[in-house]
Write a protein that binds this ligand. Structure first.
Ligand code: PNS
Length: 165
């Protein structure tokens, strides 16, 4: 049977425990997962593309240790559906937290389905523990000297602390 490749796209500015949770669970439903780190210049990320990729790669090293090397990170700069097609993906994975995520994701799913109906958008509900984690809020807390250790992996926490040192 053909390998089922999934793409998990995002800005990952920076990667949080919520993202890691989605990566681990996505690996249960696809044979191989590409974590697609968006250039997303328009969003003016706090971390450079290289930094975001390195932080994602660090966590994939840990995840792959347990899951047999099925996840890899790649950078993408163009249209998500083109990236999915170029990489032979059959599904795009996104995490869903609160209802507030729904509007944007619903619209994105509709637009992407029009661009390529053969690539399925698959939504995983955030786990109870990770429901409220958002990179944006983690950055705000870090910038104000708050505790971020329960929201992000230790390596990311270190990177955030040195950004705001
Ligand atoms: O983590 P984010 O910021 O919510 O990720 C958003 C992302 C990168 C997945 C989205 O902006 C995206 O898909 N960008 C690529 C450009 C694209 O395909 N746009 C059309 C979307 S319908």
């Amino acid at each position: 049977m053909a390998e089922r490749i999934g793409v998990y796209p995002g800005t990952f500015d920076p990667i949080t425990n919520g993202h890691v949770d989605i990566i681990r669970r996505a690996l249960r439903i696809c044979d191989r997962l590409i974590v697609a780190v968006a250039e997303n210049i328009g969003k003016s990320p706090l971390f450079t593309l290289e930094e975001r990729l390195a932080l994602v790669n660090h966590e994939l090293g840990i995840v792959n240790g347990a899951d047999g090397g099925k996840a890899q990170a790649k950078v993408f700069g163009g249209l998500l559906m083109h990236f999915a097609e170029e990489n032979g993906a059959v599904m795009i994975i996104r995490g869903l937290r609160a209802v507030s995520d729904f509007d944007y994701e619903f619209q994105m799913a509709g637009m992407n389905a029009r661009l390529d109906p053969d690539v399925e958008m698959v939504y995983l509900m955030a786990s109870e523990q990770q429901q409220f984690i958002a990179s944006r809020l983690v950055k705000e807390i870090a910038s104000l000297g708050g505790e971020i250790e329960s929201f992000v992996p230790p390596n990311t926490a270190k990177a955030l602390r040195s950004k705001f040192a």
